[in-house]
Design a binder for this molecule. Sequence first.
Ligand code: LMR
Length: 394
Amino acid sequence: MFANLKAQAPDKILALLGEYKGDTRQGKIDLGVGVYRDPTGVTPVMRAVRQAERQIWEAETTKTYTGLAGEPAYLQAMSRLVLADDQQPERTAALATVGGTGAVRQALELARLGNPDLTVHVSDPTWPNHLSILKFMGLPFAEYRYFDDATRGVDFDGMMADLGRAQAGDLVLLHGCCHNPTGANLTTDQWSEIADLLDRTGAVPLIDLAYQGFGDGLEPDAAGTRLIASRAPEVLIAASCSKNFGIYRERTGVLLARVGDPASRDLAQGTMNFLNRQNYSFPPDHGARVVQTILDDAALRADWVAELEEVRQTMLGLREQLAQELRDLTGTDRFDFIARHRGMFSRLGATPEQVARLKDEFAVYMVGDSRLNIAGLNRQTVPVLARAIVEVGI
Ligand code: LMR
């Protein structure tokens, strides 16, 4: 049986991480996998998370199963975090998932059950694992233009033209904020135009919200998602707690499915519960309980918001510094897009050869499409990177 297995191509981002770990050079710089690191290079356990874990440890009396959809209090807290005052529980089914990726996967499974003929429209580029999951599931997909290589901003005309081809019942995968891998984001007006387009085409949005709080702030980062959710008759939202709570390994996510009416909601909820049961039965609980404890406690929540804001400001500071260093070194403003991008990532727009030279000659690791994780830098390594970028001729 197992001799018939075909070798799978390794995930590019995770393979790069392995390469980095095996590099023995002093001063190597990891700008690959999307994990936040503080100025000392550590991915910290956030203060509120530690505190919540302590509380849970003291209060928890059982480890018996929780609900198949996850704990209602967690689902409510996440629904509030993502949708604010527009939760519409009578129309919105909710499911605890194995991280944000699990939410994306369950969303695709749900959509396919709803429409076996759907095409999924994804941005070019998108998170590589989106494409990998779509291929693995055998779901047809079409790429829509997103990144303008010249401006390093969004090619909005191209995006709208390509999405105009979406059919009723197709799925349009959108990044809620902090676009991965480019860092180029939509404005509120553009979100509004997308809502109009979805209205015209009848395509259903699937919003991947993996970085709420990492771009312009907790509320602004959810603005596009909220706008779409307030207007579209059907919406899927896959939200992750990995980054904004720093609980990557706890695998904590949520899928929200807003549908037409209470009867459809019950149908969607039942189907989502079924999908959890078929794929892994009950969802993980610890991370969800930590998140719910923080969100439902005023003091813990305030501390979490404050620390998340420190994280965001640290990344913004690094963006400003890198753009300034490159302005000084090149005498031009052509790298100012780095300061305009938001979230962990920026796509530099380098060739694969330049990316390879950065790795081979300067021990700087970034994903092959020239995505760099800004949080892999610190005040000391920014000038090193800036010189390397100029040196390889980007
Ligand atoms: C990334 O894009 O680097 C992160 O989302 C981590 C991952 O799993 O790929």
